[in-house]
Design a protein around this ligand. Sequence first.
Ligand SMILES: Cc1ncc(COP(=O)(O)O)c(C=O)c1O
Length: 384
Amino acid sequence: MARTPAVATKLPEVGTTIFTVMSALAVEKNAVNLGQGFPDFDCDPKLLEAASRAMAAGHNQYPPMPGIPALRDAIAAKIETLYGRSYDPQAEITITAGATQAIITAILAVVRPGDEVIVLEPCYDSYVPNIALAGGSVVRVPLTPGTFRPDFDKIAAALTPRTRAIIVNTPHNPSATVWTEAEMRRLDALLAPTEVLVISDEVYEHMVYGGARHESASRFPGLAARSFIVSSFGKTYHVTGWKVGYVAAPAVLSTEFRKVHQFNVFTVNTPMQHGLAAFMADASHHLALGAFYQRKRDLFRAGLAPTRFKLLPSQGSYFQCVDYSAISDLREEDFCRWLTAEVGVAAIPVSAFYQGGYEQRYARFCFAKKDETLTLALERLAKL
Ligand SMILES: Cc1ncc(COP(=O)(O)O)c(C=O)c1O
């Protein structure tokens, strides 16, 4: 009889993610889905036309392994204009299948069994399994409870001779905090005497509010020299399903990155790269993105203000976290299930972003939604 051999799982702690669970529950209960982080509106039609034109023009075969030159040139020009750092598009910029593939590729390129990698919790859910797949040890350092600011004494205490890298994410998912220049400088100073690399997850780089600026690691020479800077066109251009992103890193790091990249994806979708390169020539979309999302954030926050939710600051990203302790004593996942099933609005428990499931009575909403979607959600949440 045919028999599938037994497989010992490499990732025993990984099951169905909370995003999948809450999205399925939202469909079943006909809830407004403010859980998973993606827009419910379409991208600029000009971007669709640019990608379609590329397909019609025959750009449908493998592109160069690191990405098409026009897109790498456009990214290098953008980074130089915004953050003042010059990356060589030939040697230092690589197009990836979204930020997710960029992050795992960077980790596989530099982390060996026995190496330690610091993650600041709460954090995006792919980091920990990625480190495990590379055979590294995850060193979890909490962001300060309540404010989610980085605690440099704790980070310093976590550094050991085995520390290979630290993963930093600003603007931050899920907390919506944005690192300040002073915080980036402290990180720079802390790492200066070490051999520690930085994986700087900057996928929300254009979503920063209230006049603050995005402190890319590329702005700081000491950090830039040790960083893989990761970004995502999915977030910036409302095309999360295209899965195109990039990594900017010094040539020695990019060389190692590309050794892994060429054997885990080899290349990334050709016509989308052409479409993005053409669309990026006009900077107005990414320059206006902060104002675009700040208006949605303000609409959402104003609608929640009369409720018993306590609003945490949302300085960047497209997330708004709330403290629901005045409404319910339920644990975070139970509260989010209740909110989805009984109130008709799906949210994500912040505890899902901690390995140990730390409980604070916080839920995360995504406001990257049409105004009518946000208004419908707010109507339902108003009774709380
Ligand atoms: C912090 C963070 N990093 C990376 C990603 C993944 O980006 P991509 O869709 O480009 O793989 C996300 C998506 O939600 C994210 O929130």
